[in-house]
Structure formats: C-alpha cells, structure tokens
Write a protein that binds this ligand. Structure first.
Ligand code: M6R
Length: 619
C-alpha cells in the first residue's frame, strides 16, 4: 500500500528513484511522484518535485520531456489512495509552505485534522486533501526555525498518531535523506558511498543485497557515507543488518507477460524450496525458526489462525489438517474482525498469523492484541524481516521468493506448505501421529512439486476454457472439505483480476439458499474430492447434479483416476491423484490459470488490478 523510495549517493537519483518505483509499483498505482534536491537558481539549494495521477508511466512521460536537475539525493512515491482522490494534487511528494521540504508517506496520520487546523490557524495554505501534506508543513516549520531535518523528523513524529512511513528531503541540505516509521514498512539498503530506502528491498535489489531492518518508532538518517538510527526521542538505536537472499532476476518477468503468470509457473520450485531443510538427520521434522519449546507446544489447548484474503483461505486449510493430525481445536478468524469481537485468549492459545507480506495492518494489530492477552503468536510469512514475524514469538518462513503480482499465487501454495509442516510438527511433538505416518506425509509433500508441474503442463487447456468465458457475468465455485477454501480462493482470484461476480460456496450449503443464483448457462467450477477415500466424493456429485438440473454449465476439476465424473461435467480439468488433505496444492493451480487468462483476454492489467494494492498497510 504505497511504495516509497529514497536515495543518496553518486548515481542519478532520478534514475534510481524511478527504477525503484517501477519495482514497487505493485504496492499502489493511483499516482506517482519524485522530488530531487539540487543546487537551485540562487545556489542555496532547492527541491524539484514532479507528480502525476495514474501509473508510473504517466510520470515518466511527463518528466521525459523536460530536463530535471542533476541530483544525487531524491525520494519517490507510488500511491494507493487513502485520503483524497487519486489526482495530481493529492499525489506525493507533498511540499511544505515554501517548497523547501518534500515528503512522501505511506499509512494514515490519524490526527491530521487537528494538526491541519493548527497549521491553518498559522495561515498555512494546504493544497491537497491528504494527511501527508500536514507532515510536510510541520517538518518545514521546524527546519525553517533552525532544526536539521533529523531533529525536525523526531519532533514531528512525536506528534503524529496512526501508522506511517515518512521519507523527507530538505532542499537546503543535499547531504541527507531522513525517514521514520511506525507500523508501516521501511527498509534501508546499504551501498558503497550510497544508501537507499524502500518500502521493501525490491526498491534497491539491483544495487545492493545488504539491508537494515528498522524497528518501530525509529528515525533513520541517510548520508552518502553512513546511516544513523534513533528513536523518536533522539536516543541512538540499533537496527538489524541482514542479507537479502534473492536477486534481481527474481524481480523480473522472465519472458512472461505478467508477474502473476511467472509466479504461477514458479510454484513447483517455491513449494520445493519451502520444504527444503525441514527433515533432520535423525528422521524427525525440524523447523529451525520455531522459537517455541516442545513443552510450550504441548501446552497448547486451542489454535486461532488469523489472516486476510488469500492467506485466510490458507488458514482454512490449516484447520482441516491441524485438527485431523493433532486433535487440537482450530478457529480461523479474519484479522480485521478479530480484536473487535473480544476473542477469548489465554496463554494456552497459540495464535497463528499468516501473511505473505508480513505487513498487513489488520493482521499486525490482531497479533498485537493477542500478545496483550498473553497468547503466543507464530507467524507464517514470506518476507524476511517484516513486522509481523518480528513481533511474533515464532516464525515459519515460506520460501516463495518475492511475489510481485498483486494476486497471491505462489504465496498461497507456500503458506499451505507451512501450514502442513506446522500440523505435522505439532503432531510429532504432541505424539498424535506415529513417526512413520509423519515420514509418509512428508514424503507425499515432497512429491507435490512434480504434481503441480503436471497441472502446469496442461495450462493451455485451462486457458482455452478461460477464453470461452470472457462474456461471463457471474461464476460460481463449489468445493467441500479442503476443497471449500480452494473454491473461495478461485472466486477471489476471478473477482480481483477479471472483475466478474464470483462466489465460492461449500457445496453442501448451496441448497440452503445460494442455489437460487443458478440459471441457464451459469458457469460453475466444481472441485471434486478424491474418489473412493470417503463419502465426500458422492456428496459432491449430488451437489453437481443439483446445479446441472437447474441449467448450470459445470467445469469439474477431478482426479485423473476418477471414473464417475464424466457424465457430470460439461468440461473437465484433470488433476493428479494426491492425498485428500494435500489436494488444495494442485486444485488451486487451474483456478489461478483460469483467472489470469480470463483477465488477460478481457484486456485487464493482471499485475495491477483496479482499486487494489499488494500489501494493505492501513486498517
Ligand atoms: O500479505 P498478506 O498475506 O497479509 O495479504 C493478505 C491479503 O491482502 C492478500 O492475500 C490479498 O487477498 C491478495 N490480493 C489475494 O490475491
């Protein structure tokens, strides 16, 4: 939710900032802007700022026609609008009253109305509807009164409420870029006589893989030769240094039309990487980042999974697996609802927070609430050093690599893997499954990358089906048991990419109301459970029959060994035969391909769907 870039060094700040924004554009694309510090006409230094509504390309077009001043100090922003419409005026950077200080911001300053009133009482004229402009005026008021930008940032941040990352430059001080963060992401990239800031490391991965993770309520000052971190009160603070474990190639499309399509095809590798190194020489599962002791894990009486969107659906699969393997009750809660319903938590409850980005504000606030209630929190996360794992007691990192397409794909599959591993680990520690059973399931998991590849090898068939549905106005998805979350995920993918009305239902629930939606020709994607393992298969066939009787056109996803499905399917997508609980890992893949291709056929921007942003850092 908004991408922020900062740079100071010997290179062209304009080029570094624009390139960084290109890599962060998935975080928001309502508008983009840049500010550079340069010598100024009178030699005292000044800020040159440009901004444009719409995608980064609009800004690039605008600045290609003019000579921006040469500068090694700059900041940039790509916006997902919160306060104020996505127009030129509300685009970032925002400037102080005299244009000396420029600021970019991610988050929401909750007390901005009160601060704005204070500034207006002092005859400040604010030009936008944003909360950000208030910060620009406050910072500039401090520097005009004699403070350096670092001190100004510390003073201003002490007055701000809410969540924010701020990055600022002072036109009269080309030797520093200053930033601050509270509940909103920001990382520092460390170079040779140059330093970088980014909402995430993609902003500077082309130049350095050395990074600093900042803590809450910290101010960071970048010069060419160093980085200084303090608290909002000015006391020196430590930041943790780490090395980014992926490189630029991971942030390129690699010949695909969309990042999303590339990420779908990376799933066999992502799943394999997420399983790597989990099996110890002693023949037992090991989760290295699990910082909870076996005794603590044995004391758990209840698990609550909290997450949003696709991650929530991964949590639903976790419920089926953990309850089955470990016999611990599992609740799955939407993070945005969690703390407002006064949940019953105690130190026997393990809260599992699932988040690809590790920055989702709803999930972050939910885990903070859980910790105040003395519950232990375990994060399942794909982003090293992000806030959610940092504030959790334990973490299982997924190893999907950077996910840039706004629609989550490999993030989801690797979350499923982490949930399976967690379930098996708990079963091992608590003795609810025999060692040989665990060994067998781990072996089955290790076969999943090959099964996923089989599904991908048949992508053309799914694409053809998707193109047949460009005119569809509504699509339903039906699933049962572990197929139910997959149905919900399939519907979410189609909504967010193709902008088609799509709903996922538990197939057994259909007859209790939603079947009224079924009319002649309605496409219904049906996730058929494995045949012959339990009654689910028969029940699903009955559900399919019911919608067919009312005119639905069924596209069935069923195992290749399924001998009964053909008469129930107007179209058939075959899935490899895998264990029931692992079926989501293969069943969701055709749904991702379907949504991606349908959206492409409709001419949509698959990587940057309308109204969305990759990581939602406001509540
Ligand atoms: O980064 P997170 O996993 O916490 O994000 C949660 C949701 O915002 C995310 O899964 C969202 O639903 C995706 N756009 C789905 O494709």
């Amino acid at each position: 939710m908004c991408g922020i870039v900062g740079y100071i060094g010997e290179r062209s700040a304009r080029d570094v900032v624009i390139e960084g924004l290109r890599r962060l554009e998935y975080r928001g694309y309502d508008s983009a802007g840049i500010a550079l510090v340069h010598a100024g006409d009178d030699g005292r230094g000044a800020v040159a700022a440009r901004k444009r509504a719409g995608k980064l390309a609009n800004l690039e077009k605008a600045i290609s026609a003019e000579e921006l001043p040469v500068s090694g100090t700059g900041i940039g922003h790509t916006r997902w609008a919160t306060h104020g419409a996505p127009n030129d005026r509300n685009a970032h950077p925002h400037l102080g009253a005299t244009g000396r200080v420029a600021v970019v911001h991610n988050g929401i300053i909750e007390n901005f109305a009160e601060l704005r009133a204070e500034l207006e009482d002092e005859d400040h004229v604010l030009l936008s509807e944003t909360d950000t402009e208030v910060a620009a005026h406050l910072l500039e008021r401090e520097v005009v009164a004699g403070a350096d930008l670092t001190t100004a940032m510390q003073r201003v941040c002490r007055r701000l409420e809410g969540a924010f990352t701020l990055v600022a430059v002072d036109g009269q001080d080309a030797d520093r870029v200053v930033a601050a963060r509270r509940n909103s992401p920001l990382v520092v990239g460390l170079g040779e006589r140059e330093n970088f800031l980014g909402s995430d490391v993609a902003a500077f991965i082309e130049f350095t893989r050395d990074a600093l993770e900042l803590g809450q309520d910290q101010v960071v000052t970048l010069t060419r030769d160093g980085v200084e971190v303090t608290g909002f009160d000015g006391t020196p603070a430590q930041a943790t240094r780490y090395s980014v474990d992926w490189d630029l190639s991971a942030a390129e499309k690699d010949g695909h039309d969309w990042f999303m399509r590339k990420e779908i095809f990376e799933q066999p590798r992502a799943v394999a990487d997420s399983l790597l190194g989990r099996w110890g020489a002693d023949g037992r599962l090991q989760l290295d980042e699990m910082r909870l002791s076996d005794d603590e894990l044995r004391e758990i009486r209840k698990i609550i999974v909290i997450a949003c969107g696709t991650s929530f659906y991964a949590g639903m699969v976790a419920k089926y697996t953990i309850e089955h393997w470990c016999r611990i009750p599992v609740e799955v809660q939407l993070a945005s609802e969690f703390r407002y319903r006064d949940p019953i938590l105690d130190n026997d409850t393990l809260v599992v927070a699932i988040s690809q980005s590790g920055e989702t504000a709803d999930t972050l606030q939910a885990i903070r609430h859980a910790r105040t209630q003395r519950s232990k929190v375990l994060a399942i996360c794909n982003t090293n050093g992000s806030t959610i794992p940092r504030e959790s007691d334990a973490v299982i990192y997924t190893h999907a690599g950077p996910e840039i397409g706004v629609a989550s794909t490999k993030g989801f599959l690797t979350q499923l893997v982490a949930c399976y591993l967690l379930g098996l680990y708990l079963a091992q520690v608590r003795g609810t499954r025999y060692g040989d059973e665990i060994t067998q399931i781990v072996g089955q998991l290790e076969e999943m990358p090959a099964h996923i590849q089989t599904v991908l090898d048949r992508a053309e068939d799914v694409y053809a089906m998707a193109r047949d549905h460009v005119a569809a106005e509504s699509v339903l998805f039906l699933g049962r048991h572990a197929g139910y979350p997959v149905a919900l995920e399939g519907a979410l993918k189609l909504k967010e990419l193709a902008y088609i009305h799509a709903e996922g239902f538990a197939a057994g629930e259909l007859k209790h109301g939603p079947i009224a939606l079924v009319e002649d020709g309605l496409p219904v994607l049906c996730l058929v459970p494995p045949q012959g393992r339990d009654q689910l298969h028969d029940k699903m066939l009955s559900g399919i029959q019911e919608v067919r009787a009312r005119g639905a056109r069924t596209i069935c996803l069923a195992e290749e060994t399924d001998t009964r499905i053909t008469p129930y399917a107007d179209a058939l997508i075959r899935l490899p035969r895998v264990p029931t609980l692992l079926q989501p890992l293969v069943a969701v893949v055709p749904l991702q391909l379907f949504a991606c291709e349908l959206a492409t056929a409709k001419g949509h921007d698959v990587d940057q769907p309308r109204n969305l942003a990759k990581s939602v850092t406001v509540e």
